[in-house]
Write a protein that binds this ligand. Structure first.
Ligand code: FEO
Length: 171
Protein backbone atom coordinates (compact mmCIF):
# COMPACT_ATOMS: atom_id res chain seq x y z
CA UNK A 1 0.00 0.00 0.00
CA UNK A 2 1.42 3.35 -1.01
CA UNK A 3 1.81 6.16 1.48
CA UNK A 4 -1.00 8.68 1.00
CA UNK A 5 1.28 11.61 0.22
CA UNK A 6 3.44 9.62 -2.20
CA UNK A 7 0.32 8.36 -3.98
CA UNK A 8 -1.13 11.89 -4.19
CA UNK A 9 2.09 13.31 -5.63
CA UNK A 10 2.30 10.51 -8.21
CA UNK A 11 -1.33 11.12 -9.16
CA UNK A 12 -0.59 14.84 -9.60
CA UNK A 13 2.45 13.95 -11.69
CA UNK A 14 0.21 12.22 -14.25
CA UNK A 15 -1.43 15.60 -14.83
CA UNK A 16 1.92 17.44 -14.88
CA UNK A 17 3.30 15.11 -17.54
CA UNK A 18 0.19 15.49 -19.68
CA UNK A 19 0.48 19.25 -19.29
CA UNK A 20 4.11 18.95 -20.42
CA UNK A 21 2.88 17.16 -23.54
CA UNK A 22 0.38 19.95 -24.12
CA UNK A 23 3.04 22.63 -23.66
CA UNK A 24 5.37 20.93 -26.13
CA UNK A 25 2.57 20.61 -28.66
CA UNK A 26 2.12 24.37 -28.31
CA UNK A 27 5.85 24.82 -28.96
CA UNK A 28 5.60 22.46 -31.96
CA UNK A 29 2.72 24.51 -33.35
CA UNK A 30 4.66 27.73 -32.95
CA UNK A 31 7.61 26.32 -34.89
CA UNK A 32 5.33 24.75 -37.51
CA UNK A 33 3.69 28.16 -38.05
CA UNK A 34 7.15 29.61 -38.67
CA UNK A 35 7.99 26.92 -41.25
CA UNK A 36 10.57 25.28 -38.99
CA UNK A 37 9.20 21.75 -39.33
CA UNK A 38 12.30 20.12 -37.89
CA UNK A 39 11.84 21.97 -34.59
CA UNK A 40 8.14 21.16 -34.78
CA UNK A 41 9.00 17.49 -35.23
CA UNK A 42 11.38 17.58 -32.26
CA UNK A 43 8.72 19.00 -29.94
CA UNK A 44 5.99 16.73 -31.27
CA UNK A 45 8.14 13.73 -30.37
CA UNK A 46 8.89 15.37 -27.03
CA UNK A 47 5.14 15.57 -26.43
CA UNK A 48 4.85 11.84 -27.18
CA UNK A 49 7.53 11.14 -24.58
CA UNK A 50 5.63 13.19 -22.01
CA UNK A 51 2.50 11.14 -22.64
CA UNK A 52 4.63 8.03 -22.06
CA UNK A 53 5.80 9.49 -18.76
CA UNK A 54 2.20 10.14 -17.73
CA UNK A 55 1.28 6.54 -18.55
CA UNK A 56 4.20 5.20 -16.53
CA UNK A 57 3.04 7.12 -13.45
CA UNK A 58 -0.54 6.01 -14.04
CA UNK A 59 0.47 2.36 -14.42
CA UNK A 60 2.69 2.49 -11.34
CA UNK A 61 -0.20 3.82 -9.27
CA UNK A 62 -2.55 1.14 -10.59
CA UNK A 63 0.01 -1.63 -10.01
CA UNK A 64 0.38 -0.54 -6.40
CA UNK A 65 -3.26 -0.32 -5.49
CA UNK A 66 -3.32 3.48 -5.72
CA UNK A 67 -6.32 5.42 -6.91
CA UNK A 68 -5.97 7.28 -10.20
CA UNK A 69 -7.94 10.53 -10.26
CA UNK A 70 -7.64 12.40 -13.52
CA UNK A 71 -8.01 16.17 -13.38
CA UNK A 72 -8.37 18.86 -16.04
CA UNK A 73 -5.28 19.69 -18.05
CA UNK A 74 -4.54 23.43 -18.11
CA UNK A 75 -4.14 25.22 -21.41
CA UNK A 76 -0.45 25.67 -22.20
CA UNK A 77 0.87 28.99 -20.96
CA UNK A 78 4.06 30.63 -22.14
CA UNK A 79 5.19 34.22 -22.46
CA UNK A 80 7.88 33.17 -24.92
CA UNK A 81 8.00 35.51 -27.91
CA UNK A 82 11.05 34.57 -29.97
CA UNK A 83 12.14 31.09 -31.04
CA UNK A 84 15.03 31.29 -28.59
CA UNK A 85 12.56 32.24 -25.83
CA UNK A 86 10.61 29.05 -26.59
CA UNK A 87 13.74 26.92 -26.29
CA UNK A 88 14.60 28.63 -23.00
CA UNK A 89 11.05 28.09 -21.74
CA UNK A 90 11.54 24.39 -22.54
CA UNK A 91 14.60 24.22 -20.31
CA UNK A 92 12.86 26.13 -17.53
CA UNK A 93 9.93 23.73 -17.72
CA UNK A 94 12.19 20.68 -17.49
CA UNK A 95 13.92 22.17 -14.45
CA UNK A 96 10.49 22.56 -12.89
CA UNK A 97 9.62 18.93 -13.69
CA UNK A 98 12.91 17.85 -12.12
CA UNK A 99 11.89 19.66 -8.92
CA UNK A 100 8.57 17.78 -8.96
CA UNK A 101 10.27 14.40 -9.39
CA UNK A 102 12.67 15.29 -6.58
CA UNK A 103 9.74 16.17 -4.31
CA UNK A 104 8.12 12.77 -4.95
CA UNK A 105 11.47 11.12 -4.27
CA UNK A 106 11.79 13.06 -0.99
CA UNK A 107 8.31 11.95 0.07
CA UNK A 108 9.08 8.31 -0.77
CA UNK A 109 12.41 8.51 1.02
CA UNK A 110 10.86 9.95 4.18
CA UNK A 111 8.57 6.90 4.55
CA UNK A 112 11.23 4.37 3.46
CA UNK A 113 9.26 3.53 0.32
CA UNK A 114 12.14 1.84 -1.49
CA UNK A 115 9.94 0.51 -4.28
CA UNK A 116 8.82 3.98 -5.30
CA UNK A 117 12.38 5.28 -4.99
CA UNK A 118 13.56 2.58 -7.37
CA UNK A 119 10.75 3.41 -9.79
CA UNK A 120 11.63 7.11 -9.57
CA UNK A 121 15.32 6.45 -10.24
CA UNK A 122 14.47 6.11 -13.94
CA UNK A 123 12.85 9.56 -13.91
CA UNK A 124 15.76 11.13 -12.02
CA UNK A 125 18.07 9.95 -14.82
CA UNK A 126 15.56 10.90 -17.51
CA UNK A 127 15.32 14.45 -16.15
CA UNK A 128 19.09 14.77 -16.45
CA UNK A 129 18.76 13.88 -20.13
CA UNK A 130 15.75 16.16 -20.63
CA UNK A 131 17.60 19.15 -19.21
CA UNK A 132 20.72 18.32 -21.23
CA UNK A 133 18.70 18.09 -24.46
CA UNK A 134 16.88 21.37 -23.77
CA UNK A 135 20.19 23.07 -23.02
CA UNK A 136 21.70 21.62 -26.18
CA UNK A 137 18.92 23.14 -28.30
CA UNK A 138 19.56 26.58 -26.77
CA UNK A 139 23.30 26.34 -27.44
CA UNK A 140 22.73 25.26 -31.03
CA UNK A 141 20.28 28.09 -31.66
CA UNK A 142 22.72 30.60 -30.20
CA UNK A 143 25.47 29.23 -32.43
CA UNK A 144 23.56 28.78 -35.69
CA UNK A 145 20.11 30.39 -35.35
CA UNK A 146 21.06 33.78 -36.75
CA UNK A 147 22.64 32.31 -39.87
CA UNK A 148 20.13 31.19 -42.53
CA UNK A 149 22.24 28.26 -43.74
CA UNK A 150 23.06 27.21 -40.16
CA UNK A 151 19.41 27.36 -39.18
CA UNK A 152 18.45 25.31 -42.25
CA UNK A 153 20.93 22.59 -41.28
CA UNK A 154 19.82 22.63 -37.66
CA UNK A 155 16.20 22.33 -38.72
CA UNK A 156 17.14 19.35 -40.92
CA UNK A 157 18.94 17.72 -38.01
CA UNK A 158 15.89 18.05 -35.76
CA UNK A 159 13.61 16.78 -38.53
CA UNK A 160 15.49 13.47 -38.31
CA UNK A 161 14.51 12.82 -34.70
CA UNK A 162 12.38 9.68 -34.41
CA UNK A 163 10.22 8.49 -31.55
CA UNK A 164 11.50 5.67 -29.42
CA UNK A 165 9.49 4.07 -26.62
CA UNK A 166 10.80 4.61 -23.09
CA UNK A 167 13.32 2.10 -21.76
CA UNK A 168 11.22 1.68 -18.62
CA UNK A 169 8.35 -0.78 -19.09
CA UNK A 170 5.69 -1.52 -16.47
CA UNK A 171 3.53 -4.56 -17.11
FE1 FEO B 1 8.39 14.12 -18.42
FE2 FEO B 1 10.19 16.17 -19.97
O1 FEO B 1 9.80 15.23 -18.42
Amino acid sequence: MLDEKVAALINTQINKELYSAYLYLEFANRFADAGLNGFANWYTIQAQEERDHAMLFLKYLQNNDGKVTLGAIDAPVTDAQSHLDILKAGLKHEEYVTSLINAIYDAAHSVKDYRSMQFLDWFVKEQGEEEMNANDLIKKWELFGSDARGLYMLNQELAARVYTAPSLVLD
